[in-house]
Design a binder for this molecule. Structure first.
Ligand SMILES: Nc1nc2c(ncn2[C@@H]2O[C@H](COP(=O)(O)OP(=O)(O)OP(=O)(O)O)[C@@H](O)[C@H]2O)c(=O)[nH]1
Length: 310
């Protein structure tokens, strides 16, 4: 089986790109494994409509959940052998935004069963056209992900400033000259601008601590009796004020207008997407990923703002 590892930093556009390619043939019939750093079922709610799917949610597949991932891949190999079927012939693993692809590749290659059945055919890394350069400057993990890619997919070209984009492209070329680079808008391939004359950024060496405090994921239950207007004002204000620390928010809420997928990447908030009533997913909890805040602080702030006790 050919295996594609799909990585990229928090909110870089992995799920959007994969969802598009599941619908449009590149990964038709692939078995999809989604790895989430936090327990949120947003990605499987979005992807389960188009693929056979399994979720590894006990942490990042490069560390805490590595054994879980290996066991899952072994079970896919066993089923294929016992069914004497050529399917699936392809696996895609969407890693969490906090995963380093290298230990995942090493875990697959060093397991005798997996090494026998699985060929790693490529590491695809999504790069956010808006925040990619900042992430290269500040986040050691993000830089490592981009350095390891065989294919760098620069996403969100529709949001990017052209000068910053050509600088990002030149910098990607400089840090990973062997990788192919493509562009995407909402998953569809889009031509990249000419960046042959652009100067790459001189990146400083990043120690492991360069990103400051560790990035953590936490889940906030918001309950069912919340005042939705107060909640949405609170969330917008929070992201506006702390969007450099709160790197990613996502979750599903049951609001009066239906089941809504809410998400933001730093200060960019997506318009809520209405999910089918029967799509997978836990409602009324949001996952916040970032640094410099605690669950109790967020909970207290929300309750105070929304006038809730408890
Ligand atoms: N404007 C625009 N928004 C995009 C594009 N691709 C993704 N997004 C938005 O960016 C946000 C994050 O996209 P996802 O595909 O969920 O990113 P991800 O890398 O899977 O996120 P995590 O799994 O949480 O790390 C969502 O709000 C998407 O709708 C794009 O090409 N253009």
């Amino acid at each position: 089986m050919r295996l594609t590892l799909l990585g990229g930093f928090l909110g870089s556009g992995k799920t959007t790109w994969l969802r598009h390619h599941l619908h449009h043939g590149l990964f038709a019939d692939a078995f999809v494994v989604v790895n989430e750093a936090a327990e949120t079922s947003v990605d499987d709610a979005l992807l389960s409509q188009s693929a056979e799917l399994a979720v590894v949610s006990g942490g990042c597949a490069c560390c805490e959940a590595r054994d879980e991932l290996v066991a899952l891949l072994r079970s896919i190999c066993d089923k294929r052998v016992s069914a004497e079927s050529a399917r699936p012939d392809r696996i895609v693993i969407e890693t969490s935004g906090l995963a380093d692809p290298a230990p995942i590749v090493a875990a697959i290659r060093s397991d005798p069963v997996l090494a026998h059945h699985i060929v790693i055919s490529g590491i695809v890394v999504a790069v956010d056209a808006v925040y990619g350069l900042d992430q290269l400057r500040q986040e050691p993990l993000s830089r490592r992900q981009m350095e390891l890619a065989d294919l760098l997919v620069v996403t969100k070209l529709d949001e990017a400033d052209e000068a910053a984009l050509t600088r990002l492209l030149a910098t990607l070329k400089a840090i990973n000259p062997g990788a192919a680079i493509s562009g995407a808008v909402k998953g569809s391939d889009v031509a990249l601008p000419d960046h042959s004359g652009a100067e790459p950024e001189e990146l400083d060496a990043l120690g492991e601590a360069a990103g400051g405090l560790p990035i953590r994921a936490l889940k906030l239950d918001i309950g069912e009796d919340i005042d939705w207007t107060a909640f949405s004002v609170w969330l917008s204000a929070l992201i506006h004020a702390r969007g450099d620390d709160i790197l990613r928010v996502k979750g599903v809420v049951t609001a009066p207008s239906g089941r809504l997928l809410l998400q933001s990447v730093r200060k960019i908030v997506q318009s809520p997407e209405i999910l089918p009533a029967d799509a997978a997913g836990d409602d009324n909890s949001l996952v916040f990923i970032g640094r410099g805040f605690r669950a109790e602080q967020l909970d207290r702030s929300l309750r105070h703002f929304a006038g809730l006790r408890g």
